[in-house]
Design a protein around this ligand. Structure first.
Ligand SMILES: *[C@@H]1O[C@H](CO)[C@@H](O)[C@H](O)[C@H]1NC(C)=O
Length: 312
């Protein structure tokens, strides 16, 4: 019995050793956030859902629910904005998803977006797909037969992001009412090889298990070995209380590294709903963890982006 236990332990250790994300530095979540911008308009006047960077072509995309669409329609608008917040173009996606996250993959001088598609009645996407960002285009899954991607058998619904610095593809997905996180090398994901995720585990409940003030997940991003999660509500939903928090987890162990840390980024914004986390590295080599917030009034919501830039 003891020998078998020992053998199993050795096998488990070996499996863990294979499925490892190389070490890297985490962001210090206790340092203040800096402004990129406030009060910018995207192509939609709804609450932004998330954002993503093409770090090679240095582009920024923000995803909103499409103007006039119901919360369960799955209709999205993806805006391309420059780093000063000027709108450069947009695409519409019909009945695709909620926009919890999107991923921008640089392909030469083009950007390909990985998004949800085939929205369920809930409005959340039931698969992923990948398309070239082309200003002015509308994609309709009912007429578009491009490949649907369900990276894992357990994937019921979910979204993707890319760690643009360490070049990894990340999927957060739902399975039997729990959220999971899985990571692959980007090259493997692009070639459609999802057979061996580097990690794949169940995310603890942020409120009940990790001690966040709210259980409202508002964004996730991965930088190297660490997963970052943003939680919280708008002032409208919280009764005026600032309850936005950020936490980091070690992808190799599932352990909480820091937080939940209260973030006061943009605390004076009207409405201020936390919406989106993303990673970007500047030309000068500064890694940034971006936090998005929606502000303004219904019918005229605005985008606000802040970032943390201290690694420890
Ligand atoms: C799929 O990815 C894994 C992990 O990187 C790799 O070991 C395997 O060789 C790949 N399979 C193919 C068919 O490329």
């Amino acid at each position: 019995m003891r020998a078998i236990t020992f053998l199993l332990a050795a096998l488990t250790a070996a499996a863990v050793a294979v499925a490892q994300i190389p070490d890297s530095k985490p962001f210090d979540l206790t340092t203040p956030s800096h402004d990129l911008w406030r009060h910018k308009k995207t192509a939609a006047y709804t609450v932004q859902q998330s954002m993503t960077f093409d770090n090679v072509n240095r582009r920024l995309f923000i995803v909103n629910r499409r103007n006039g669409a119901s919360t369960t329609s799955g209709d999205l608008t993806i805006s391309q904005v420059d780093f000063a917040g000027n709108l450069l173009g947009s695409m519409d996606l019909l009945a695709c998803g909620h926009g919890v996250n999107i991923a921008a993959e640089p392909v030469g001088s083009d950007t390909y977006i990985w998004s949800e598609t085939d929205a369920a009645a809930s409005g959340y996407g039931t698969a992923l797909w990948r398309f070239k960002f082309e200003n002015g285009k509308t994609l309709d899954p009912a007429k578009d037969k491009r490949e649907r991607i369900k990276p894992l058998e357990k994937f019921e619904r979910g979204t993707a992001t890319i760690d643009p610095v360490y070049e990894r593809f990340v999927v957060r997905y739902q399975y039997e009412k729990s959220m999971y996180i899985a990571v692959w090398d980007l090259d493997d994901a692009v070639s459609g090889n999802f057979s061996s995720p580097l990690v794949d585990w169940k995310i603890p409940n942020v409120k009940d298990d990790l001690g966040a003030v709210t259980g409202v997940n508002q964004g996730y991003a991965v930088y190297g070995r660490y997963l970052y999660i943003l939680t919280g509500e708008s002032y409208e939903a919280s009764g005026g209380k600032l309850n936005s928090q950020v936490l980091s987890m070690d992808l190799n162990t599932g352990e909480l590294v820091q937080g939940p840390v209260m973030t006061k980024a943009g605390s004076t914004l009207e409405f201020r709903e936390p919406e989106g986390l993303a990673i970007y590295k500047t030309k000068d080599g500064e890694a940034r963890l971006f936090l998005g917030f929606a502000s303004g009034v219904a019918g005229d919501r605005r985008s606000n982006l802040f970032y943390k830039n201290v690694l420890v």
